[in-house]
Design a protein around this ligand. Structure first.
Ligand SMILES: Nc1ncnc2c1ncn2[C@@H]1O[C@H](COP(=O)(O)OP(=O)(O)OP(=O)(O)O)[C@@H](O)[C@H]1O
Ligand SMILES: [Mg+2]
Length: 284
């Protein structure tokens, strides 16, 4: 059997451990051991009481140590309830038992217990397990919070290093007037990136105009982009504002620009460089 490794002292402020056991002596012992290490300890002699305590938001529990055999609801059932409830699913639960079978241990771990110990309890092992559980719970809470903040800001999912770099790039270009070329394989979120750039830019209250370049027939692309004057070609009724004009002061997203006719791309480039557009058949 491998020796449990002590991950070192906790740097977090007094985490709370809930000890659930019907034997008063066990509760006393665990309380002494845990408070000696700086934990706050709550106690319950029944699973029902424990669930009530865990459900109390005024007194958040960081780790629960639950005995398998309890009067009333069993430790396994309490574990099952905790793990099937969204609100308590992430609470680390250490299961302990006086007369455990391998089957009990396997069941507990399958249900999501962080650890399983047989009585008599080994002080060091329990402490290491509690410490690891607290650490893991704090880390996953921190990741969840970060994830929530990122998702709200960019409306995109992802905490991996490449996504972090992408978010940094978005932050860098959003405040500027630079043209941005977004490349990536199909479905990798290019459109989401374009919308995030717009949303985080000073142009956010002006229009975001998306143009599907691949869907516009080649002979119409110029008038669609730059607009046209009345009667400029057969069927041109009235003056038309092009996409550039519609996006004035905002963001123009030229989706699939690679599929745009090359001559039209050259005109887009010129419009970009000069910051000017001339509608078809117009002298203005
Ligand atoms: N990071 C992400 N978080 C959440 N949803 C995402 C993410 N990336 C992509 N998606 C989703 O995947 C789908 C494709 O994204 P999007 O249309 O932005 O990709 P695209 O690169 O423009 O794809 P295509 O090349 O097919 O046009 C969308 O439903 C989008 O919401
Ligand atoms: Mg796309």
């Amino acid at each position: 059997m491998t020796q449990a490794r002590d991950p070192g002292p906790l740097t977090l402020a007094a985490p709370t451990v809930l000890v659930v056991d019907d034997e008063r002596n066990i509760r006393r012992t665990l309380e002494m051991v845990l408070t000696g290490e700086g934990y706050r300890v709550l106690e319950a002699d029944r699973a029902e009481t424990a669930l009530d305590l865990i459900g109390n938001p005024a007194q958040p529990v960081d780790v629960a140590i639950i005995d398998l055999k309890l009067p009333g609801m069993s430790g396994l059932e309490a574990l099952q309830r905790l793990k099937s409830d969204e609100a308590t699913r992430d609470l680390p639960v250490i299961v302990v038992s006086g007369h455990a079978t391998v089957h009990d241990a396997v069941t507990a771990i399958k249900l999501g217990a962080s650890d399983f110990f047989e009585k008599p309890l080994n002080r060091e092992r329990i402490l290491v397990s509690v410490r690891n559980s607290v650490r893991t719970a704090h880390l996953s809470r921190a990741v969840e919070q970060l994830r929530g903040e990122l998702e709200a800001r960019y409306e995109m999912i992802g905490t991996s290093a490449p996504m972090q770099r992408l978010f940094q790039d978005i932050d860098k270009v959003a405040p500027t007037k630079a043209s941005v070329l977004i490349t990536g394989e199909s479905g990798t979120g290019k459109e989401l990136v374009s919308r995030a750039i717009h949303r985080l830019s000073p142009r956010k209250d002006a229009p975001f105009v998306k143009v599907n370049c691949a869907a516009i027939p080649r002979e119409l692309i110029e008038s669609e982009l730059f607009g046209h004057e009345r009667g400029s070609f057969t069927g041109a009724q009235g003056r038309k504002r092009g996409f550039f004009e519609q996006a004035h002061g905002g963001t123009l997203f030229l989706d699939e620009i690679g599929d745009m006719d090359l001559a039209a791309q050259a005109k887009v480039l010129r419009a970009r460089q000069n910051g000017e557009i001339v509608p078809v058949a117009s002298d203005q």
